[in-house]
Design a protein around this ligand. Structure first.
Ligand code: NAD
Length: 310
């Protein structure tokens, strides 16, 4: 058996068309164009590459993205004033901080400067708390990409045993929360997990975001598993995922490649949430936020505690 390939580029192109239509429609109705501020704190390195790639993707779909680049070594108080101005500007729908931030700044403190209503990458503690409670909100783009890929390929989630490897605030934790909100039975593994293989073999849906090249090998997966690899690791052999794709692909049910899996969908998720924010700002109707991410059902909102899936 060879796995079904969950092709992120195909999913991303469909999302691109949907977003482009929504942006045109918004413009026709209101004259507004979604604007995204990308705060770049480093002129070189991975955060500059990230900022440039978001800017290009945004421009291509019709989001008016622009970079804010404070001087090198900017003080937190100065940065707070700059981000405060973005928060107050009604023409700006979304704000994203290009990570990693320089070492003189604390990333957790920097993201707290963003107004949660413009936090289109789900980075603020308020939005992280909402995600943990199963409430609708902006979510980290990579975690949302995981759910979007599963849903795009019609992969059932409710009742499935999902194992997430990694517990970072941007990948593992929110992915686990979204899977839980979609009624999977979720387990989170991390670097202190004993016998990782025993846990991952139990997964019907396996999501990996560990940052360790080829951490997941063929003997660590269930034969019918759906494997979503969030890893992006630069090696002498090029970019590879956290899953040994060549070895695992023949022994599972479905798998995302790296590159070409979660990555391209992640960028579209950031832009999708920017468009959601712009639409919400222009309308008093039900926010568009629940379109992909959250939870067909919101147990935390309903006031009920644990309820059996229907
Ligand atoms: P991180 O270093 O913040 O977190 C890694 C997590 O993996 C930790 O919780 C750690 O406990 C766990 N882990 C590490 N080694 C492990 C091991 N041997 N066994 C079990 N668990 C282990 O990293 P991150 O920011 O979450 O990124 C994870 C990966 O996802 C990286 O490859 C990163 O490049 C990638 N990433 C991809 C996207 C995307 O758009 N696809 C976005 C963000 C991050």
């Amino acid at each position: 058996m060879t796995a079904k390939i969950l092709d992120g580029r195909t999913v991303a192109s469909r999302l691109w068309r949907d977003l482009s239509d929504r942006i045109a429609d918004l413009h026709e109705r209101t004259g507004a164009t979604p604007r995204l501020a990308i705060v770049r704190l480093d002129a070189r390195g991975p955060s500059a590459v990230y900022a440039a790639s978001v800017w290009r993707a945004a421009r291509s779909v019709g989001v008016d993205a622009f970079e804010i680049a404070p001087p090198e070594g900017v003080a937190l108080s100065d940065l707070a004033a700059r981000i405060g101005a973005l928060n107050r500007d009604p023409s700006i729908a979304g704000i994203v901080i290009a990570q990693p931030v320089p070492s003189h700044l604390d990333a957790a403190v920097v993201v707290e400067l963003i107004d949660p209503a413009k936090d289109v990458d789900g980075a603020t503690p308020l939005n992280a708390g909402r995600i943990a409670r199963g409430e609708r909100t902006f979510v980290p783009a990579t975690a949302l990409a995981v759910m979007t890929i599963l849903r795009s390929y019609g992969i059932p989630i409710a009742g499935k045993r999902a194992v997430v490897v990694g517990r970072s605030a941007v990948v593992g934790r929110p992915a686990a929360a979204l899977l839980l909100a979609a009624d999977a039975t979720v387990q989170i593994c991390h670097r202190r997990t004993r016998n990782l293989a025993r846990e991952t073999r139990r997964a019907e849906i396996l999501v990996v975001g560990a940052g360790v090249p080829h951490l997941i090998r063929a003997e660590m997966v269930n034969r019918s598993a759906v494997v979503i690899d969030c890893g992006i690791n630069t090696t002498p052999n090029g970019i590879v995922g956290d899953v040994d794709y060549a070895a695992v692909r023949p022994v599972v049910g479905a798998i995302t490649p790296v590159p070409g899996g979660v990555g391209p969908v992640t960028t579209m998720m950031l832009l999708q949430q920017t468009v959601d924010a712009a639409e919400r700002a222009e309308s008093s109707d039900e926010p568009a936020l629940d379109r992909y991410a959250l939870p067909e059902r919101h147990e935390a909102n309903s006031g009920s505690r644990e309820t059996e899936p229907s």
